[in-house]
Design a protein around this ligand. Structure first.
Ligand code: TYD
Ligand code: MG
Length: 462
């Protein structure tokens, strides 16, 4: 047998080197090399060889023929969880590899077990691999969630990849759920499960299985402190779809977000509520986030934002109070604090608001994060309303980007925003000029404003 080789692998980019060096010459990270021993069997199976195996027999094909009979026509498998099917673009694509990331305790295993049950009920054969909990624990959870699955849902609490591979060959499931990728190991590698080398090897193994056997594989991955899925970034590059399960420990709702999707659009979100018997779908996003709104109070503004392709109404609350001591405080949750600093500067300079001596607090109700610039207008109007102690029109919603000159800049999807606002009983949308081709909504009145100052007049209660 050949002697094991020692290699040094970068923990941030997974590049591999024969000698140790202080700085990774591939990604530039300092002190990031980790020693690992490679046995011959693993060394002979470098990822590039595997990708070759995944791609097929090494012969080129006509693109037109592939599209005609391939992915484009592949029927999707409905998971039975509507919110998940929607964000994936109509269901799971057979033979695809998905990655689900999220903080510990957010509900990843709960969602996966419910999904496994629904898929089995709909006729798919499912294998659930758990490396974190015992069979008894999962059995107890399944009873609580009323997941049965009959003869089509099987469980395995094994973490050795080779053993799992044998079980897959025996059972030939349609769907494999791996909870979690950090617990599975390839025995040819010396590194501990969860290390960069192991995560890379096992994920590559599951990728090969997904593509060659047509098994849909869902990998559950832990999220590190900085918010990325533990293990190399490589993992996100390898899989077809990346989903993040987000939520605030104090809130019952959980957001499932698509950050990468080779078979559909990204940034789509699905909403769930964690209850005593698992996760329930929440179809009406806007209704959920507007619940308990402080309508008619100064500082409250309803923003119409777009998440993926879904319009969403959320309440932005602002509070402005005179600064007690020292420098004025600016605190923001759910809205980027640097963007808030820009908005405050615009309000001071363009509208002459005396904000230098005021503490400003901005909060997006429901624990949501607003990323779209269309939220700017609502934030500015909320701050104006809070400072002047005058309420904004409770039947108006706001959508528009605010520029440094105090101008309002157009945002897209006006039709969808109008329809969503009308659906929830709002009568007016305060917004910038519509883009050509975006004819706005006929369903509600639109107050088109070119400048922030005009929008303030249009938004305040007369
Ligand atoms: P879990 O799915 O184990 O999280 P993860 O796999 O992401 O670590 O979820 C654990 C949390 O969910 C735990 O705090 C309890 C809560 N939970 C409920 O509130 N209701 C339920 O029915 C279940 C199964 C869990
Ligand atoms: Mg778990």
């Amino acid at each position: 047998m050949a002697k094991p080789k020692t290699r040094y692998e970068c923990t941030s980019c997974a590049a591999s080197f024969a000698k140790w060096q202080g700085r990774c010459s591939n990604c530039g990270a300092w002190d990031s090399l980790e020693q690992r021993t490679v046995h011959d069997s693993a060394a002979s199976r470098q990822p590039s060889h595997r990708v070759g195996a995944v791609a097929g027999a090494g012969e080129s094909l006509l693109l037109s023929e592939i599209v005609a009979g391939g992915v484009a026509d592949t029927p999707r498998v409905c998971s039975g969880i509507g919110e998940l099917d929607n964000i994936l673009g109509g269901g799971l694509v057979p033979g695809s590899l998905l990655l689900l990331g999220g903080d510990p305790g957010i509900g990843k295993s709960t969602l996966m077990l419910q999904l496994a049950g629904r898929l089995a009920d709909a006729g798919s054969r499912v294998l659930y691999l758990s490396g974190e909990e015992s069979a008894a624990q999962i059995g107890m959870r399944a009873r609580r969630l009323r997941v049965d699955g009959g003869r089509r849902l099987r469980l395995i609490t094994e973490t050795c990849f080779e053993t799992v591979e044998r079980e897959l060959a025996r059972e030939r499931p349609d769907v494999l759920i791996v909870d979690s990728i950090q617990t599975v190991y390839v025995s040819a590698l010396d590194s501990i499960p969860g290390s960069v080398a192991q995560v890379r090897e096992t994920a590559a193994g599951f990728l090969r299985l997904a593509k060659s056997e047509g098994i849909t594989v869902i990998l559950v991955g832990h999220v590190t402190k900085d918010g990325s899925i533990a293990g190399p970034r490589l993992l996100e590059h390898m899989v077809d779809t990346v989903l993040y399960f987000e939520g605030d420990g104090g809130q019952a709702h959980r957001i499932l977000r698509v950050v990468k999707n080779r078979f559909g659009s990204t940034n789509e979100i699905g909403l769930f509520r964690m209850g005593s018997s698992g996760l329930d779908e929440v179809g009406d996003l806007s209704g959920y986030f507007l619940e308990g709104r402080s309508a008619g109070e100064p500082g409250s503004a309803v923003v119409c934002t777009i998440e993926g392709t879904r319009p969403l109404l959320v309440e932005v609350q602002a509070l402005v109070t005179p600064t007690g001591y020292g420098t004025a405080q600016r605190v923001s949750t759910g809205y980027d604090s640097r963007r808030l600093a820009i908005m405050l500067a615009i309000l001071e300079k363009r509208l002459g608001l005396p904000l230098a001596t005021q503490d400003v607090f901005v909060n997006v109700a429901g624990g949501l994060r607003l990323i779209e610039p269309a939220a700017d207008l609502g934030v500015c109007l909320g701050i104006f309303s809070a400072l002047r102690d005058k309420p904004l029109d409770p039947l108006s919603v706001f959508a528009g980007e605010v520029g440094l000159a105090g101008e309002l800049r157009s945002v897209g999807h006006m039709q969808r925003r109008c329809a969503e606002a009308a659906k929830l009983g709002f009568t007016r949308l305060v917004c910038p000029q519509l883009r050509s081709g975006d004819n706005g909504g006929s369903k509600i009145e639109t107050a088109v404003c070119g400048r922030l100052a005009e929008a303030v007049k249009a938004a305040l209660v007369k």
